[in-house]
Design a protein around this ligand. Structure first.
Ligand code: PNS
Length: 164
């Protein structure tokens, strides 16, 4: 059987424990996962390279880390899928709103790239409320981050909002 290679794209501003859950569970379903951190499209708190580094740090120590890598990308997702020969895109779906968004993205990507496949996973319920947007808000206000992000990400956010 040919290699199953999932591409896990996102803005990851920043990478959260919810993202890590989806990654670990996706990894159990395939041979390897490439986390692809998107550059542009929307205003972000963190620069792309810092988001890449934080995602790399967040993966340290997980089972199967040797089957993961993290890259940055610009441009269309379908081009990265084609360039890397990924067999499917991995996405997390936390809510009805997420589901509608994912359906629209998948449909568009399938028009751009026939054969484009999505593997969508539901996060563990206790992690389903975590979003990067909420994490940034908590960090801005100086709240506890440990349950939401890995230690390296928490440290980077505290540096970013020293008086938060
Ligand atoms: O974590 P996010 O913000 O939901 O990730 C969205 C992302 C980066 C996967 C999406 O915006 C994307 O694929 N961007 C790349 C540009 C692209 O291909 N756009 C058309 C697909 S709808």
């Amino acid at each position: 059987m040919s290699e199953r290679h999932f591409l896990y794209p996102g803005t990851f501003d920043p990478f959260t424990r919810g993202h890590l859950d989806i990654l670990e569970r996706g990894l159990a379903l395939c041979d390897r996962v490439t986390v692809a951190v998107a550059a542009g499209g929307k205003a972000t708190l963190l620069e792309r390279d810092e988001r890449v580094e934080l995602a790399r740090g967040a993966l340290t120590g997980i089972a199967g880390v040797d089957r993961c890598r993290v890259i940055g990308f610009e441009g269309l997702l379908v081009d990265v899928v084609r360039d890397l020969g990924a067999t499917a895109v991995l996405r997390g779906v936390r809510s009805q709103a997420d589901l509608e968004h994912e359906q629209a993205m998948a449909a568009l990507n399938r028009v751009l790239c026939p054969g484009f496949e999505v593997v969508a996973l539901f996060p563990r319920p206790e992690l389903a409320m975590i979003s990067s947007t909420l994490v940034r808000d908590v960090a801005r206000c100086g709240g506890a981050l440990e349950a939401l992000v890995t230690p390296g990400v928490a440290e980077a956010l505290r540096r970013r909002f020293p008086g938060g």
